[in-house]
Design a protein around this ligand. Structure first.
Ligand code: PTT
Ligand code: SF4
Length: 611
C-alpha cells in the first residue's frame, strides 16, 4: 500500500504486550483513516454496555493517509474511545508531533486496551516498543511530563500526555500535547487515566511511501504557496481563531453567563484585538504554515495559548472580562489536561446554581479567584468540584430544581462556544453532532447568519449535512486540519489530488462523501447500540434554555428557538440522512453504505425500519 502504512499497533496494558497488526487495502479504502478507522474499530471490538472507564474500553490514536506528508496542516491526530461523559462515541483532534512520529515509526494508529498495574508510559521507537514505569510522573502536569520525556528520549520525540484531571478520571479530561494543543473533549484523557497510561512518547525514522513522490513534492510546495497567498492570511496569523470573537459579539452569539445571553458587556476586553496587545508569540501544529496558537502572558507571567473557544468559555460564559485572568484559567486547564469548553460550562453552571440558591456554595459571575479554586477542585474532585467533574448533565440530575434546563449539553457533552437562541441551524448542528454538542462537525453559524438566521428551512438542513460530510467526515478521516479551508479559503479540490499522489487512489469529493456518510451512520449505530431501547429523538435536541428563556440584551433581545419548528427541521434532517423518525439509520441506508453487518447486529437492540 502507498500513503497508508497498513499497520496499527495493538497494545494490551494488562498483559504488557504490544503487537503490530496489519490491515488491508479494502479497510483503508472503505474507512480512509482517523475517525473512519476509529468508528469501525470501536463498533467491531467494544462490547456494548461496557463501562468506559474499565480496562475493556479501547483508546485509539489514529492518523490518515495524508498525515505527516509535507502538505498543508497535516500534523493532526485523532483520539477516540467510548466516552465516559456521554456513554456514546467520543473523539477529538489535536495537532502534535506524535502523529508525525507515529507515522514515521510505521504505524497509522495505536489501539490501547487493558489497564497497566502501575502508572506507565508507552514508548515507541520505530519497531521497538516498551512500557516504562511512570510512577515518578504520576501527579505531574502535562507541561512537565512532556518536557521530561523529551529530555529523556529526544527533542524530536512526539509526546501526548494526561495531567491530573485524566489521572483522577474527570469525565471531561482531555489529552494534551506541545503545551497547548488539546484533543478528546468527551473524556479521552479520563479513559487514558483509567488505563494508568500517563503518556505516549513516539519517534520514527522511516519514510512513508507515496505512490507518486514527485507529485507529492510539487503539490506540497504549491499548496503551501497558495495558503501564503490568501488575502486574509496576515489577519489570520495575527489572531488565529480569535478572529471569531468580535464577530460573535456583533452577532449576539457570544456565550455569556452560562448561555443566558449572546452579548457580553466586557467583550472588547477579551476579544481578538485585546489579545493582540498582549500577544508574545505564535505556536502551531507540525507541517503548518498558518500557525494559529496565540501565546500571551497570563497573570502569573506564564505563557498561555489562546483560542476562541477557550476565551469564550472561560471568559464571557463565566462573566470574566479580564484576558490575562482568562489566560490563567486556560493555562491551568492545559497543564491539568481538562477540556476548556466543558470546564467553562461547569463553572458557569455552578455560578448560576449559586445565584439561584440551588447549591450551598458562593461563587459569583466573573469572580476569577473563586473560578480558579473551583477549576482546581474539579480536577482534584474536591467538594463541589467532585459533583461537577462528571459534567453538567450529571450535576443537574443531582442538584435538581430547574437546572436541567440550563445544564448546557447535548447527549451529555457540554455545548461549545456559540449561543443558539437566534440560530436554529447551529442548534441542529449541535443536536446532531456525532460526539455531543460540539461545533466541529458543522460550524454552520457563519453561513446561517449571512443568509438569514430566523428560518428553519430545508436549505439549512442541507447545509448542516454538507458541512458534517466535509468537516466531520472528510477532514476527520484524513485527520488533516480543516482550518486552511475554513479560514483562509484553501480549495477543497486540493484534497483528492493529495490523496491520489499519496495512495494512487482516484476519488472524487462525492466518493469521499460516501465514506463520510458511512462513518457518520456507523457512529450513529454505535450510539443507538449503547442506549438501545432508551434511545429516542430527544437525544438530538439542544438544551431547553434556548427554547424557553429569551435573551434579554442586545439587538436580538426577546429571541428564542421555536420547539415545533426545530422538531420539524430535525425530521427533515433524519429523512435526508436516511434515518427513521427516532434518528436511527434504516436498513436500506445501512445497506447503501455497505454496512449490512451493522444492520444485522443493530436489530438485536432496536427495531430497524426497512426504508
Ligand atoms: C476541540 C476544542 C476546541 S475547538 C478548542 S479551541 W477551537 C479547545 N481547545 C482546548 C485547549 O486548547 N486546551 C484544553 N485544555 N482544552 C481545550 N478544549 C477545546 O477543544 C485546535 C484547532 C482548533 S482551535 C479548532 S476549532 C480546529 N479543530 C479541528 C478539528 O476538530 N478537526 C480538524 N480536522 N481540524 C481542526 N483544526 C482546528 O484545530 P477536540 P488543537 Mg483540539 C489548547 O480537540 O477534542 O476536537 O476539541 O486540537 O491542536 O488544539 O487545535 O476555537
Ligand atoms: Fe494547527 Fe492552527 Fe495550523 Fe490548524 S491552522 S494545523 S490548528 S496551527
Amino acid at each position: 500500500m502507498y500513503g497508508w502504512n497498513g499497520k496499527l499497533l495493538r497494545v494490551n496494558l494488562t498483559k504488557g504486550k504490544a503487537v503490530p497488526q496489519k490491515y488491508d487495502a479494502e479497510f483503508a479504502k472503505t474507512y480512509l483513516g482517523g475517525r473512519g478507522f476509529a468508528a469501525k474499530i470501536l463498533w467491531d471490538q467494544l462490547k456494548p454496555g461496557l463501562d468506559p472507564l474499565s480496562p475493556e474500553n479501547l483508546l485509539i490514536f489514529a492518523a490518515g493517509p495524508l498525515t505527516a506528508f509535507s502538505l498543508p496542516s497535516s500534523g493532526k491526530l485523532l483520539v477516540a474511545a467510548k466516552s465516559p461523559i456521554t456513554g456514546g462515541y467520543g473523539d477529538g483532534n489535536m495537532g502534535t508531533q506524535a502523529t508525525v512520529q507515529m507515522r514515521k515509526a510505521g504505524y497509522d494508529g495505536i489501539m490501547i486496551s487493558g489497564k497497566a498495574s502501575k502508572p506507565t508510559i508507552l514508548h515507541i521507537q520505530d519497531d521497538e516498543t516498551e512500557l516504562v514505569d511512570a510512577r515518578d510522573y504520576w501527579g505531574e502536569g502535562t507541561f512537565k511530563t512532556e518536557g521530561r520525556l523529551k529530555k529523556e528520549y529526544s527533542t524530536t520525540t512526539g509526546v501526548v500526555s494526561i495531567g491530573q484531571a485524566g489521572e483522577n478520571q474527570v469525565k471531561f479530561a482531555n489529552v494534551i500535547s506541545q503545551g497547548g494543543r488539546g484533543g478528546g473533549r468527551p473524556g479521552m484523557g479520563a479513559v487514558m487515566g483509567s488505563k494508568n497510561l500517563k503518556a505516549v512518547a513516539v519517534r520514527g525514522t522511516k519514510t512513508i511511501l507515496a505512490k507518486d513522490p514527485e507529485a507529492m513534492r510539487t503539490l506540497g510546495i504549491e499548496g503551501y504557496r497558495e495558503v501564503l497567498a490568501k488575502p486574509n492570511y496576515d489577519f489570520w496569523k495575527r489572531q488565529g481563531t480569535m478572529i471569531t470573537h468580535e464577530w460573535s459579539q456583533e452577532n449576539s452569539v457570544l456565550p455569556t453567563c452560562n448561555f443566558r445571553e449572546g452579548v457580553f458587556e466586557k467583550a472588547d476586553q477579551i476579544g481578538g484585538f485585546a489579545m493582540e496587545k498582549i500577544k508574545i508569540d505564535n505556536r502551531g501544529c507540525p507541517n503548518c504554515n498558518m500557525t494559529c496558537g496565540n501565546i500571551v502572558e497570563d497573570t502569573a507571567k506564564l505563557p498561555s495559548e489562546l483560542d476562541y473557544e477557550n476565551v469564550a468559555m472561560l471568559g464571557s460564559n463565566i462573566g470574566l472580562g479580564n484576558l490575562k485572568e482568562v489566560a490563567t484559567l486556560n493555562r491551568l486547564a492545559d497543564d491539568y489536561g481538562v477540556d476548556t469548553i466543558s470546564l467553562g460550562n461547569a463553572i458557569g453552571f455552578a455560578m448560576e446554581a449559586s445565584e439561584k440558591g440551588l447549591i450551598d456554595y458562593k461563587i459569583e459571575w466573573g469572580d476569577f479567584e473563586e473560578a480558579k479554586i473551583l477549576a482546581e477542585n474539579i480536577v482534584f474532585k474536591r467538594e463541589l468540584g467532585d459533583l461537577l467533574a462528571d459534567g453538567v448533565r450529571s450535576a443537574s440530575e443531582k442538584i435538581g430544581g430547574d437546572s436541567a434546563k440550563w445544564a448546557m449539553q447535548v447527549k451529555g457533552l457540554e455545548v461549545s462556544g456559540y449561543d443558539c437562541h437566534t440560530t436554529p441551524g447551529m442548534a441542529l448542528s449541535y443536536g446532531t453532532c456525532s460526539i455531543g454538542a460540539h461545533h466541529k462537525d458543522a460550524w454552520v453559524i457563519s453561513w446561517e447568519v449571512s443568509v438569514g438566521r430566523e428560518n428553519y428551512s430545508a436549505a439549512k438542513v442541507d447545509k448542516v449535512i454538507e458541512l458534517q460530510r466535509l468537516r466531520g467526515g472528510v477532514f476527520e478521516c484524513f485527520t488533516t486540519c480543516r482550518l486552511p479551508w475554513v479560514e483562509v479559503g484553501f480549495g477543497l479540490d486540493w484534497y483528492p489530488k493529495f490523496l491520489e499522489a499519496a495512495t494512487g487512489l482516484s476519488m472524487s469529493m462525492d466518493d469521499l462523501f460516501i465514506i463520510a456518510d458511512r462513518a457518520f451512520s456507523l457512529i450513529r449505530a454505535f450510539w443507538v447500540r449503547e442506549y438501545a431501547t432508551s434511545w429516542n429523538r430527544s437525544m438530538d435536541v439542544p438544551p431547553a434554555r434556548w427554547f424557553e428563556e429569551p435573551i434579554t440584551e442586545g439587538p436580538l433581545k426577546g429571541s428564542v428557538l421555536d420547539r415545533e419548528k426545530y422538531d420539524n427541521m430535525l425530521q427533515v434532517y433524519y429523512s435526508k440522512r436516511g434515518w427513521d423518525s427516532q434518528g436511527i439509520p434504516t436498513k436500506a441506508t445501512l445497506k447503501r453504505l455497505g454496512l449490512e453487518d451493522v444492520s444485522q447486529e443493530l436489530q438485536g437492540y432496536v427495531n430497524l425500519t426497512p426504508s
